[in-house]
Design a protein around this ligand. Structure first.
Ligand code: AHR
Length: 691
């Protein structure tokens, strides 16, 4: 017993939890894989005690490697939410290009001039795009054009000296052109680029034009207009023209035809992600079976893709389909983590295991063949035909998403069917379950955590307690500290960083992790037709620019700066603060003491560099003593990178994208026993040279 009633055990700790009763609250004192002898010094110092504030001590045993950092620890998770692809990463600038967003009318389209526009189901381009936009040209004249206009996803970005590609399908009746295609300001005052299609045929045909801007100013309050001054043909002035798949693309990443936005791709590339989990999330399941991510309808020419309603309330053209996800992986050197539809949709529609599930299992096998098969396979040949001869390397398949929501409780049986069929044909594929199952031993289990900052910190040591003998590894496939909107603030980033030290320290079992959601279009975060469905998203953007949140920079720092070996650690005198967890099912739990300092240490076995990550969530600077044993030497000069803020609400935004960014610094006077002051609200990575 020591003063304050805290009992500390003196013993060799190996994944040990010491539970101490303190001031009526249960304080968990945990430290993993440690070889340190603990002393009669409390590891955490509860707030409000009269104990003399002892300096926190972080101890690293460089002579003891407790495991390896998984090379796939840091990745990305994505789905169509918050206008992630349409109005986000996908380069397409036209909103509702296929006119299928709303069967009642041509939403997001306007008539220009004295005319009317309407949806028409009698002139379909094909069975996939089975509605078209009808324009009455009869009132067009030399001085009074008529046309259709689209304002994009909260604007159409226009930049100087840039060439855009516009394309559309059209068919005329008593109308043979010409049509003028222009990008102009919303009020039509300024025309930035235009091109003419001289002749429109009476049959559906595709038309392509290049639209080149000159020395103009960058802007986004713009629209695409397709117009004419001709009312009709020579013999009949009452012309009509129908449109379908009206598209406008800016230059894309790696100049891909159906490609992605370079600024967002650059933000992602800087994170050095190792994998991409797609296409969901709820998006893989859909609200109903009919609205699932039906991959076979997302491949091939975009004009053959019917599109579908996403569970997040808006239409997806599926222009960003399976191949586009894979090319995104290719562009960023990530491996795909492919989630397949597993027979459960969000509104509790499900497919019974057995014969009814078989076609869905076959769909998954076909999907794997599309990704990995060569030209001699049925589905591999489809990918080759689509312009990607090389198969993609695939190691991970996830069966469904969050199947604990399935009230029929048949996931175990559904999982077994997918597992057996996939393993039989692709024995090397690692199979991920979305909730614990008993029927088979999954290679990985996908765990999801969305928490407050305090809750995240309270759970930051959880993986220290996980079984090391369990055959199933952990994939934290969705997680976030949900503080800050639309994107997380520094408080969110601090919760994240605390949690990430726990994942990294236990990366022998937590082999993959990815924050979610990844994206949010911040153009209209409230109201009807809003661009955000879920608050606290890693990266924000509008039509023109994008920015990373403090949590984004935390991800970037963690992903770019770690070694391959996990070193044993221990700590003393960690300050704490009291936190009242929220009531659950009417029961208010007792208040908890939560730590204010989190850390982990990894080492690069080649260079000998130790990466020490320290999170100080407190609003005061913390002098911390770092003790390192087992290293031949610690060079006096090192480096540090830190992310700090003045207040927990501080954040980045479109207006202030760089308010909180990592700052590098040279550090001096390092040794095997040094003391450093860590700023309030800070995340610091110290690079310590040992050779
Ligand atoms: O990330 C947002 C949603 O949270 C995902 O779609 C779903 O898997 C989870 O419930």
């Amino acid at each position: 017993m020591v003063a304050g009633g805290i009992q500390i055990q003196t013993m060799k700790i190996k994944t040990t939890i010491v539970l101490t009763l303190m001031a009526g609250s249960l304080v968990a004192l945990a430290q993993t894989n440690s070889t340190f002898e603990t002393t009669n010094v409390p590891e955490t110092v509860p707030s409000g005690t009269n104990m003399a504030p002892a300096i926190p001590v972080l101890q690293i045993d460089a002579g003891k490697v407790t495991g390896n950092v998984s090379p796939t620890l840091y990745g990305l998770m994505t789905e169509e939410i918050n206008f992630s692809y349409e109005g986000g990463l996908y380069g397409e600038l036209i909103r509702n290009r296929t006119f299928k967003a709303n069967a009642q009318g041509p939403v997001f389209w306007n008539a220009v001039g004295d005319t009317t526009i309407a949806l028409d189901t009698n002139q379909p381009l094909n069975t996939a795009l089975n509605v078209s936009l009808e324009l009455d040209t009869s009132k067009a004249s030399k001085n009074s054009l008529v046309g259709i206009a689209n304002g994009g996803y909260w604007g159409i970005p226009v930049r100087p000296n840039t060439t855009y590609r516009a394309s559309f399908y059209a068919r005329g009746k008593h109308f043979s052109g010409p049509l003028t295609i222009s990008v102009e300001s919303t009020n039509g005052d300024k025309v930035f680029a235009k091109a003419i299609v001289p002749h429109i045929s009476g049959k559906w045909e595709k038309y392509d034009v290049a639209l080149a801007t000159g020395n103009i100013e960058t802007s986004k309050d713009n629209r695409l207009v397709i117009s004419t001054t001709k009312p009709g043909s020579f013999f009949n002035k009452h012309g009509t023209v129908w449109f379908q798949n009206v598209s406008l693309f800016p230059p894309t990443c790696n100049s891909r035809m159906n490609g992605t936005r370079p600024d967002i791709m650059q933000l992602l590339a800087d994170m050095q992600p190792k994998f991409l989990r797609f296409p969901g999330g709820n998006y893989v399941e859909g609200n109903t079976i009919a609205e699932r991510f039906n991959w076979k309808e997302t491949i091939g020419d975009v004009s053959q893709r019917p599109g579908h309603r996403s569970p997040w309330g808006y239409w997806s053209t599926d222009g960003f389909g399976l191949l586009e996800f894979l090319e995104w992986c290719e562009d960023l050197h990530m491996q795909p983590v492919l989630a397949v539809y597993a027979g459960f949709s969000l509104r509790q529609q499900h497919i019974a295991p057995g014969a009814q599930l078989e076609p869905y299992v076959q769909d998954a096998l076909d999907e794997i063949e599309y990704v990995t098969g060569d030209a001699n396979t049925r589905w591999g040949a489809q990918r080759v035909k689509a312009g990607h001869p090389a198969p993609f390397a695939l190691n991970y398949i996830e069966i469904g998403n969050e199947d604990f929501f399935d009230r029929s409780r048949n996931y175990d049986a559904r999982f077994a069917e997918f597992y057996d069929a996939i393993k039989a044909k692709y024995p090397n594929l690692q199979i991920i379950a979305t909730t614990p199952v008993k029927s088979r031993v999954p290679d990985l289990l996908d765990e999801h955590y969305y928490r407050s900052q305090e809750d995240m910190q309270a759970h930051a040591l959880d993986y220290d307690k996980y079984s090391r003998t369990n055959k199933t590894k952990i994939f934290v496939g969705e997680w976030a500290t949900r503080v800050g909107s639309p994107t997380p603030n520094i408080a969110g980033a601090l919760g994240d960083a605390a949690w990430m030290t726990g994942m990294e320290r236990n990366s022998d079992i937590v082999v993959m992790s990815c924050y979610a959601p990844l994206f949010v279009n911040v153009s209209q975060i409230r109201g009807a037709n809003r661009s955000m469905q879920w608050t606290t998203d890693l990266i924000g953007y509008d039509a023109l620019t994008s920015y990373g949140s403090p949590a984004y920079y935390t991800q970037k720092m963690f992903s770019a700066m770690h070694g391959n070996e996990i070193l044993a650690t221990d700590s003393q005198n960690i300050p704490t603060r009291e936190w009242q967890p929220r009531a659950f099912r009417g029961v208010t739990p007792p208040p908890q003491q939560i730590r204010q300092i989190f850390f982990d240490a990894t080492r690069d076995s080649e260079s000998g560099i130790i990466y020490l990550k320290v999170v100080n969530e407190a609003g005061t600077a913390q002098k911390i003593n770092v003790q390192i044993k087992g290293a031949p030497t610690i060079e006096p000069d090192g480096e540090a990178v830190s992310l700090t803020a003045d207040s927990p609400d501080d954040t980045n935004s479109l207006e202030q994208p760089q308010k909180i960014v990592p700052r590098p610094e040279i550090v001096e006077n390092l040794s095997a026993d040094f003391t450093r002051e860590f700023s309030p609200y800070s995340i610091t990575i110290l690079k310590l040279r040992t050779k």
